[in-house]
Design a protein around this ligand. Structure first.
Ligand SMILES: Cc1cc2nc3c(=O)[nH]c(=O)nc-3n(C[C@H](O)[C@H](O)[C@H](O)COP(=O)(O)O)c2cc1C
Length: 165
């Protein structure tokens, strides 16, 4: 993979995150885990207009431990929907998920992404906080998406490197 400038990408965040899905991975050679995500944002935040990616991770996800314990996380765009389905329905707590999904880790800059990804965003954590019930203006979302708790933590990461195939 080669490093490219963010401006060189033709990213449509709605397609990239919501439709194509991404693998959110954190950790390193000593231990890592990844999961499929389809909720998130890309944009600019905080001085000096930092390029950022926002991910939402529920408390129950094993991947959360690796995001919390590390400064970096990655978002990988892979085309294998079967692997994405696997990574989004099995927990790394129980198995070697990457191996069983048929994907390999790509160790980069002290963090982990997915080998063969078409695009990798390497992100440095800037902000992490659980969503609060009080924050919901539209309370119907609480009932629909958090009926059994398991709140998301919001992670804002500065995109510090973009790798493309
Ligand atoms: C298409 C798709 C999108 C998903 N998006 C998210 C998400 O944005 N946030 C989240 O917490 N879980 C999301 N999940 C669920 C996790 O990927 C899933 O629970 C996974 O098994 C967690 O793995 P882990 O326990 O190894 O971290 C999604 C699952 C799928 C299939």
């Amino acid at each position: 993979m080669k490093e490219i400038k963010l401006e060189e990408t033709m990213i449509n965040p709605f397609a990239l995150i919501g439709k194509d899905w991404l693998v959110l991975t954190a950790g390193d050679e000593k231990g890592y885990n990844g999961m499929t995500v389809s909720w998130g944002h890309l944009g600019c935040l905080w001085s000096p207009n930092r390029p950022t990616a926002v991910a939402y991770v529920r408390e129950s996800r094993y991947t959360k431990k690796f995001i919390d314990e590390n400064d970096l996380f990655t978002l990988s765009l892979i085309s294998d929907k079967k692997a994405l389905g696997y990574l989004g329905s099995h927990s790394g707590r129980d198995e070697d998920k990457f191996a069983n999904a048929g994907v390999k880790p790509l160790f980069v800059d002290g963090t982990t992404a997915v080998e063969g990804a078409k695009l990798v965003l390497v992100c440095r954590k800037l902000y992490a906080a659980p969503l609060s019930e009080e924050g919901f203006v539209d309370k119907s979302i609480l009932e629909k998406d958090y009926g059994s708790g398991n709140m998301h933590t919001m992670y804002v990461g500065e995109i510090i490197k973009v790798l493309a195939e």
